[in-house]
Design a protein around this ligand. Structure first.
Ligand code: NDP
Length: 457
């Protein structure tokens, strides 16, 4: 009789948990996953996938406008929110089915219910106890909202994806990934959007990229109230009145908070298992995703390394490769590319200019701002912005940033070059694809003036 019911019990069937448990099962380990919701996790059920489907849906409005100068007559185009939401839900049902098959095909036992650790090897699910030689915690995170009067009237991205009706006027609090993505969705579909931003749009991204997005959002009539915070929310009938820190009042139909996410570690039994967390609730792990308890691991948003689906997947894979395939690997979190599906989208890999100055000192910075070819005819006043940050001493490209159509598709390829340590000379030696926006990354030749030299003048 084996000492434990399973070789690996994974708590949480999101992207990271499913990858780890199905690889473990595929390698012949006795693998179980515990999930209180549907299988799929944040990305599939209430994050990346439904969000991007809504982004696609919203983009048609601008495409219809842009088509006119290409000779199209588009009459009577109207949007039906319920159709979009229903079709999005059907796609999520399909993906949920695929996830269930993946688990089944890899002989992973699914325990439906909330999993709580009762000791370092035992998980309780619906009153039943199961034991594992190894435990993987992959329970993700949940939106966090500030405690202000009336906050119960606010929604989060979870509800925004399920609204019965599109709000005519929506306020969005926050200025990170989720806030700017939903601003684009609701603006595209015809809502009046006001963003309430306490510091700056996409703080932490390259400053020129944030500024470029702010410019494009203004052109699309997204109202950005910068340097303001909401101090109270009051509901009268169907309307919400927001009081801002500057004393201003704002009346809207809906207020969406996108003010960050915190790890789902409350009431998980971490104390009973002896697993240590940081003050913000994130599980502390080493480079191997191992917690302070040697057979308990954690991956994805429940740790606070990088909150991105492909990172959780890489971490989940690393755990199972190491434990069950005699292939010890760590998730490589250097130069992780990322995209914000704002309108227009942003994508980036490597260091921002400010970060690179701290690390490398002297930089060569190349940038390009242009009207994409499609808009020479459409007449839309939209600019694309691209930037290359180079370590002046070694000529190595240390950061590439782009705001503009298809930037996530373009930066994914650029990320490979950066991962390989490409130099600017190697970018320059690459022949461009013409006519494309991407070719700018291999044709930028003029260095931006050095700020130190400019200051000296
Ligand atoms: P982010 O951490 O990206 O942004 C949080 C935003 O909320 C910041 O603008 C922050 O402002 C602001 N904020 C925080 N607290 C308050 C407050 N009390 N009042 C007003 N504003 C506040 O969080 P998100 O919720 O947007 O997303 C969570 C994570 O999910 C992201 O970090 C990302 O990793 C992931 N994600 C990834 C996506 C993708 O890959 N495309 C899409 C969506 C999410 P300040 O800058 O001043 O701190």
């Amino acid at each position: 009789m084996p000492q434990f019911d399973y070789d690996l019990i994974t708590i949480g069937a999101g992207s990271g948990g499913v990858r780890a448990s199905r690889l473990a099962g595929g390698y012949g380990a006795r693998s179980a996953v515990v999930e209180s919701d549907r299988v799929g996790g944040t990305c599939v059920l209430r994050g990346c996938i439904p969000k991007k489907l809504l982004v696609y849906g919203a983009h048609y409005a601008a495409q219809f406008e842009d088509a006119v100068n290409y000779g199209w007559t588009i009459e009577g185009a109207r949007h039906d929110w319920a159709t979009l939401i229903n079709n999005k839900n059907k796609e999520l049902d399909r993906l949920h089915g695929i996830y269930l098959s993946i688990l089944k095909n890899n002989k992973v036992a699914l325990h439906e219910g909330r999993g709580v650790l009762v000791d370092p090897h035992t998980v309780e699910v619906n009153g039943k106890r199961i034991t594992g030689a190894n435990i993987l915690i992959a329970v993700g995170g949940w939106p966090t909202l500030p405690k202000i009067p009336g906050i119960e009237h606010a929604i989060t991205s979870n509800e925004a994806l399920e609204l019965p009706k599109r709000p005519e006027r929506i306020a969005i609090v926050g200025a990170g990934y989720i806030a700017v993505e939903f601003a684009g969705i609701f603006e595209g579909l015809g809502s009046e959007v006001t963003m309430i931003v306490r510091s700056q749009l996409l703080r932490g991204f390259d400053d020129d990229i944030s500024a470029a997005l702010a410019g494009e959002m203004a052109k699309r009539h997204v109202n950005v109230k910068q340097g303001a915070e909401v101090t109270a929310i009051a509901k009268q009938g169907e309307l919400l009145t927001l009081t801002l820190s500057n004393g201003e009042k704002l009346i809207v139909d809906c207020v969406l908070y996108a003010t960050g996410r915190t790890p789902n570690t409350k009431s998980l039994g971490l104390e009973a298992a002896g697993v240590k967390t940081k003050e913000n609730g994130a599980i502390i792990v080493d480079d191997w995703q191992r917690t302070n308890v040697s057979h308990i691991y954690a991956v994805g948003d429940v740790t606070d390394k990088i909150q991105l689906t492909p990172v959780a997947i890489a971490e989940g894979r690393a755990v199972s490769e190491t434990l069950f395939n005699n292939n010890p690997i760590k998730a490589d979190l250097e130069n992780v590319p990322t995209a914000v599906f704002s309108t227009p989208p942003i994508s980036t890999v490597g260091l921002t200019e400010a970060q690179a100055r701290k690390v490398y000192g002297k930089l060569d910075v190349y940038e390009s701002r242009f009207k994409p070819l499609i808009h020479t005819l459409s007449g839309r006043d939209e600019r694309t912005y691209m930037k290359i940050v180079v370590d002046a001493k070694t000529d190595k490209v240390v950061g590439c940033h782009m705001m503009g159509a298809d930037s996530p598709e373009i930066i994914q390829g650029i990320a490979i070059a950066i991962k390989c340590g490409a130099t600017k000379a190697q970018f320059d030696a690459t022949v461009g694809i013409h006519p494309s926006a991407a070719e700018e990354f291999v044709t930028m030749r003029t260095k931006r003036a050095d700020p130190e030299a400019q200051a000296a003048q």
